[in-house]
Design a protein around this ligand. Structure first.
Ligand code: NAD
Length: 295
């Protein structure tokens, strides 16, 4: 298949590499010329604008930082919708607000381009391994067409409902993740302060009702889970800045829906304070620092 891929960052680049490995022909665009040079080596066709990138393709995939980038890449003069042919399929994989996903999808539909939102979870490791989860908002027909290609970049391809519902699933999940990481941090720190061995405590939690992904796979306490960022100085993983962005999406969506997100708002402020301390580039599990004396 001839695929246009726009946004070759930490997530987009490994996703696009998997598509090349699967035998697709890629037209690519990014503002970063270094990554474009790498894709030239891999056989990608380097383009000068989103408009040029989509001219010949059957499918366009975008993986951009935030909603403003998505709007400009699709709607600008030299954007995707200025160059695309009717009947081309589109998948927007960035994490953005559901409203922007719906608006861009509606603009695409006017040109005969069905567009799905399909944000991912699984991080850069999952992107490289091709094991991402895609949360897809699309009609049944579009989902059926996209599923085989998404399965070349991911393991779980979930149809969440109509366009926008992929983003809803993503922001609700990350709202819970941001909160649960703080909950585990609070419990682990209290345990240590009261005098229990933190490994023993983690073992009890992980075989009891407090168990969750933040405790049994990604525990924020150093030395509990060898593969977790906490055991390598909170490097790599999912940056606190990105968690802060996702909590901002969740609290803003909640505001528009007149829905309380009480713990989400507190969590957002805790990650905000972490960002202010200059720790936004650390893995989000470093939020445990809010409960520990500095070493
Ligand atoms: P990133 O910043 O590494 O990559 C974004 C890429 O988009 C960059 O290469 C940038 O040059 C490019 N770009 C920006 N504006 C552009 C434009 N106008 N035209 C073309 N290219 C442009 O970000 P990332 O980590 O790859 O994340 C992408 C999206 O995926 C974000 O919405 C993020 O929230 C989401 N996400 C990230 C992770 C993660 O672990 N990094 C996990 C799940 C979801």
């Amino acid at each position: 298949m001839r695929i246009a891929f726009i946004g070759l960052g930490n997530m987009g680049a490994p996703m696009a590499r998997n598509l090349i490995k699967a035998g697709h022909q890629l037209d690519v665009f990014d503002l970063n010329t270094t990554v474009l040079a790498e894709f030239k080596e891999l056989g990608g066709n380097i383009c000068a604008s989103p408009r040029e990138t989509v001219r010949e393709c059957e499918l366009v995939i975008t993986m951009l930082p935030a909603a403003a980038h998505v709007r400009s890449v699709y709607l600008n003069e030299d954007g995707v919708l200025a160059g695309i042919r009717a009947g081309t399929l589109a998948v927007e994989c960035s994490t953005i607000d559901p409203q922007t996903a719906r608006e861009v999808s509606a603009a695409a539909a006017k040109q005969g381009v069905p567009l799905a939102d399909a944000p991912v979870s699984g991080g850069t490791g999952g992107a490289a391994a091709g094991t991402l989860t895609f949360m897809v908002g699309a009609t049944d027909e579009l989902f059926g067409k996209l599923q085989p290609v998404l399965a070349q970049m991911g393991r779980n391809i979930v149809h969440c409902g109509e366009v926008g519902t992929g983003q809803i699933a993503k922001i609700c999940n990350n709202l819970l993740l941001g909160i649960s990481m703080i909950g585990v941090s609070e419990a682990m720190a209290l345990g240590e302060a009261l005098g229990i061995d933190t490994k023993v405590l983690a073992g009890v939690i992980n075989s009891s009702t407090g168990r969750c992904w933040s405790s049994d796979t990604y525990n924020p306490w150093p030395g509990i889970i060898e593969t977790a960022p906490a055991s390598r100085g909170y490097t790599g993983g999912f940056h606190a800045e990105l968690m802060l962005k996702d909590l901002g999406l969740a609290t803003e969506a909640a505001r528009l829906a007149h829905q309380p997100v009480i713990l989400g708002a507190v969590a957002q402020q805790l990650y905000q304070a972490m960002s202010l301390r200059g720790e936004g580039g650390k893995d989000f599990s470093a939020i445990v620092g809010a409960y520990r004396k500095p070493e």
